[in-house]
Write a protein that binds this ligand. Structure first.
Ligand code: SF4
Ligand code: SF4
Ligand code: FES
Length: 517
């Protein structure tokens, strides 16, 4: 293991470590644009300059490997001057549209400039104006004049997705990023190019102008869009969620996430949510308080078991909830009430085992594995066929459905509602309204549930890796987690607190238009 000294700190690194990686390991700051740990080394921006003891010329840190005993530093005036001039060159054609640029507040160019900027530029030339607001594909917009030609986006499509939609066209100061005429940037990972663009040249059509980043807070959580469980940061404020971005986890998602997963914030926003409990049938529904609704559902289930036996109640679970939620409902329904009719609702079964070769899995649920482990442990291995037979026989009087959090990945919602339509009493718990329930002929309760950003919980991904998350924010006051709903239903001393979502946006908040999500 080679030892080296980085800005006076002695560290030991793995053989084959570059100097820029050694800087990261030593916790030392180093300017860079083109280097990205998930991509090959290009060495084109020339910002990662360092001085190596014994070497008269400055070197770039991203393309120079650490050797035993190397002493490197980026603290000298010589290095700082080189970085300053490098930045000045990067700014020759870069427009100063920071006040309206969507990357303002998280722009690598701004950040480096603050630290290494040459505050008295000597450039008198007119800027070369390049294209503005070019649709590279359905999700990514290019402002070519902001591009510093670091080539990260091109390398991403060459090396990660291998779709090769992007290239650098023309020469010299006319060079531009672009797509081949008939091949837009339209792969399911295209928005990663926006994350890795160190300036505001690539922006997300979905997020562009929706909110200024300094009005957003963020917390880490996981994407619940499929059984991979990519690590993400959710960005939010009092108006709700605005975007999710990947967080590096070498064992799960590396540096990336898929474009489909980026949409998971949408269904959790208040405009899509079931805001209160409801009781009714077909066209007549009454809004009721969620606590009262859960308590009365609990006594209805208990009465049904006491009078008609445990076979009169059936529970349907999806792979969208946390281990803690499954444990709570199974302990009540199977442990206390001895109901063993618990069924696993599998969405898109024909694509369930698909894998796109990168991250996205056909199982569009975050916790199928956690659910199956729990059903197996309690020997609740009932088939869907068994459920249909019991429904036909008319022995089931009460059905509880812990429906999907994200209705977008359950295209068979209407079919399942029709299947249970006709049962005397149906309890449907879900985060979003289920329009199909307006056809119900029996008495039906709808209980609003929290989403993955509003509750703590553990999810087991397809590898069997358990990941525990904390709440990010609260968006709907009357929503319960399944744990809270079960506490109320089981008549336990409940700790349920209905949390008021924050809503006191500052006067100068900039929201262009949330528009259709
Ligand atoms: S668009 Fe962004 S990521 Fe691509 S080369 Fe330009 S600056 Fe780099
Ligand atoms: S691969 Fe799955 S978990 Fe990862 S971002 Fe896409 S949908 Fe989300
Ligand atoms: S980061 Fe080393 S040359 Fe760009």
């Amino acid at each position: 293991m080679p030892k080296c000294t980085v800005n006076g700190k002695q560290i030991e690194v793995k053989p084959g470590t570059s100097i820029i990686e050694a800087f990261k390991e030593a916790g030392e700051n180093i300017a860079h644009y083109c280097w990205h740990p998930g991509l090959s080394v290009a060495g084109v921006c020339r910002l990662c300059m360092v001085e190596i003891e014994g070497n008269p010329r400055l070197q770039i840190a991203c393309n120079t490997m650490v050797q035993e005993g190397m002493v490197v530093s980026n603290q000298s005036d010589k290095v700082k001057d080189a970085v300053r001039w490098g930045l000045d060159f990067h700014l020759i054609n870069h427009p100063l549209d920071c006040p309206i640029c969507d990357q303002a507040g998280e722009c690598g160019l701004q950040e480096q400039y603050m630290e290494f900027g040459k505050y008295e530029p000597e450039m008198a030339e007119r800027k070369v104006k390049k294209r503005k607001v070019v649709d590279l594909g359905p999700k990514v917009v290019l402002d070519s004049e902001r591009c510093i030609l670091c080539s990260r986006c091109v390398r991403f499509t060459d090396e990660v997705t291998k779709t090769r939609e992007l290239g650098i066209f023309n020469r010299g100061d006319r060079s531009e990023i672009g797509t081949f005429k008939d091949r837009p940037l339209d792969n399911n990972y295209s928005l990663n190019t926006v994350d890795i663009c160190p300036v505001g040249a690539l922006t997300s059509r979905d997020f562009r102008f929706r909110q200024r980043v300094w009005y957003l807070k963020n917390k880490e959580t996981i994407c619940t869009g499929c059984s991979t469980g990519c690590n993400v940061k959710a960005y939010y404020n009092e108006d709700g969620l605005f975007r999710v971005k990947p967080v590096h986890n070498e064992d799960i998602n590396g540096y990336w996430m898929c474009d489909e997963g980026r949409d998971i914030y949408k269904f959790a926003n208040p405009e899509f949510r079931l805001k209160t409990a409801r009781k009714g049938t077909q066209d007549h529904w009454d809004d009721i308080n969620v606590v009262e609704a859960a308590k009365s559902v609990g006594s209805i289930v208990k009465t049904s078991v006491d009078t008609d036996g445990a076979g009169s109640v059936a529970v349907v679970l999806t792979g969208q909830h946390s281990n803690e939620e499954y444990d709570a409902i199974l302990e009540w329904i199977n442990g206390d009430l001895k109901v063993d009719q618990v069924y696993h609702w599998v969405n898109n079964p024909e694509k369930f085992d698909d894998f796109d070769g990168l991250l996205l899995r056909g199982d569009r649920n975050p916790n199928t594995k956690g659910l199956l482990e729990r059903l197996d442990a309690r020997k609740l291995n009932k088939t869907w066929q068994d459920f249909e037979t019991k429904l036909k026989a008319g022995t089931v009087k009460v059905v509880i459905v812990v429906g999907p959090e994200n209705p977008a990945v359950y295209s068979d919602m209407g079919e399942k509602v029709q299947l249970i339509n006709g049962v005397d009493k149906v309890v449907w718990m879900s985060a979003c309204p289920v329009g199909e329930l307006n056809t119900m002929t029996g008495t039906t309760w709808q209980i609003p549930l929290k989403t993955f950003v509003e509750k703590p919980g553990t999810y087991v991904n397809f590898q069997g890796r358990a990941q525990t998350v904390k709440p990010v924010t609260f968006l709907v006051k009357q929503a319960l987690s399944v744990v809270e709903a079960v506490q109320l239903m089981a008549g336990e001393a409940s700790k349920v607190e209905l949390v008021e979502p924050e809503h006191h946006p500052k006067k100068n908040y900039f929201v262009y238009s949330r528009g259709p999500l």
